[in-house]
Design a protein around this ligand. Structure first.
Ligand code: CU
Length: 338
């Protein structure tokens, strides 16, 4: 079934769903589309019924209000019908999709495991490193600058572990198994483009999994999302999370907007930049700065809105390269004999 939300290719952010870049996401999108269509029908039908009753039973001369409830069969059948319909939505549509997903976690030897730990207001990630074993952690070792997940320095399994803040690095085409938890309050780990969302509960570790589509490497996604904007019409707000894909210079050769640079994070700076750009070009080519965003989907405090991180997706070789560079350097000394 092909419905509204099922993006089959990488498309820029638009008015409906965000780009869909995971293997299982099509099913979720179908469900969302079907529910929207059903709810639209219900909305129109109830609206029509309300309009009918308001007109039909309006106050007018010669008519007296009757406050006793109607004891007709029709209303009873309508109520039963709506009840059955809602049971169908739940048992017939939603639960099978959820069960197919939840009952089939990727096998332990065929998945990349990452721990994602929410914290007011950042995402911390913990990788087992080349040995594939997570080092022991304990809250007493947590250090905001150098050890955000609280790795035990005495555990040899943790020596090659990788910690990142605000960046999750994963290979495409391979099941990713994220073990989600929290340091403080309830957060919600959500990657809209992958169609995953899981509450983070302090004291619990809850897994969620997905496979990024084979062709959804960050580089390709960025390339596919390049858009050309008319400088005369576009507003700073629309472009505040975009970066230029080439240099823009004025006649004297002075660069006004550099490749990889945004137009400014405040409205004032952005509008000033757009104004100067109008003199040198009609359109600007830009791409999203963070096309694969992780957000917190649970109102978790006063800076909840900026609790964001980015997913970087690589092909197998690119992922290996990232891992090689990210592994703490002293590992080479510790494991030098292997
Ligand atoms: Cu949060």
């Amino acid at each position: 079934m092909q419905l509204l939300g099922q993006a089959t290719d990488i498309a820029p952010y638009a008015n409906w769903m965000p780009p869909m870049l995971s293997e299982h996401g099509g099913q979720i999108d179908n469900l969302i589309s079907v529910l929207h269509i059903f709810m639209a029908i219900l909305f129109v039908a109830w609206g029509a019924f309300l309009t009918y009753t308001v007109i039909r039973f309006r106050a007018r001369a010669g008519h007296k209000a009757d406050y006793h409830p109607v004891k007709g069969k029709a209303s009873k059948y309508a109520e039963i019908g709506i009840g059955l319909f809602e049971v169908f939505l739940l048992l017939g549509l939603s639960m099978p999709v959820w069960a197919a997903y939840k009952n089939n976690p990727p096998k332990a030897d065929d998945r990349v495991e990452v721990r994602a730990i929410g914290e007011q207001f950042q995402w911390n990630f913990h990788y087992p490193g080349p040995d594939g074993v997570f080092g022991r952690t304990n809250a007493k070792f947590i250090d905001a600058a150098s050890n955000t997940v609280g790795l035990d320095p005495d555990d040899p399994a943790g020596k090659d572990d990788i910690q990142t803040i605000g960046e999750m690095h994963i290979p495409v085409g391979k099941p990713i198994y994220v073990r989600v938890s929290s340091k403080d309050v309830i957060h919600s780990f959500a990657i809209p483009t992958m169609r995953v969302k899981q509450d983070c509960i302090p004291g619990m570790e809850i897994p969620i999994w997905f496979t990024a589509k084979e062709d959804a490497t960050t580089e390709r996604v960025k390339r596919e999302m390049i858009q050309e904007f008319p400088v005369a019409d576009v507003d700073w707000y629309r472009l505040r999370h975009h970066v230029a894909v080439q240099d823009y210079q004025d006649e004297s050769g002075q660069v006004i907007l550099k490749e990889g640079e945004g137009i400014g994070l405040s409205r004032e700076a952005g509008e000033k930049k757009l104004k100067t750009l109008r003199d040198v070009t009609d359109t600007i080519k830009m791409q999203p700065r963070n096309p694969l965003e992780i957000i917190c989907a649970q109102l978790c405090g006063n800076s909840h809105f900026k609790m964001k991180a980015q997913v970087f997706t690589y092909d197998a070789a690119g992922y290996q390269e990232w891992m090689d560079n990210a592994v703490p350097k002293e590992v080479e000394i510790d494991f030098g004999g292997f």
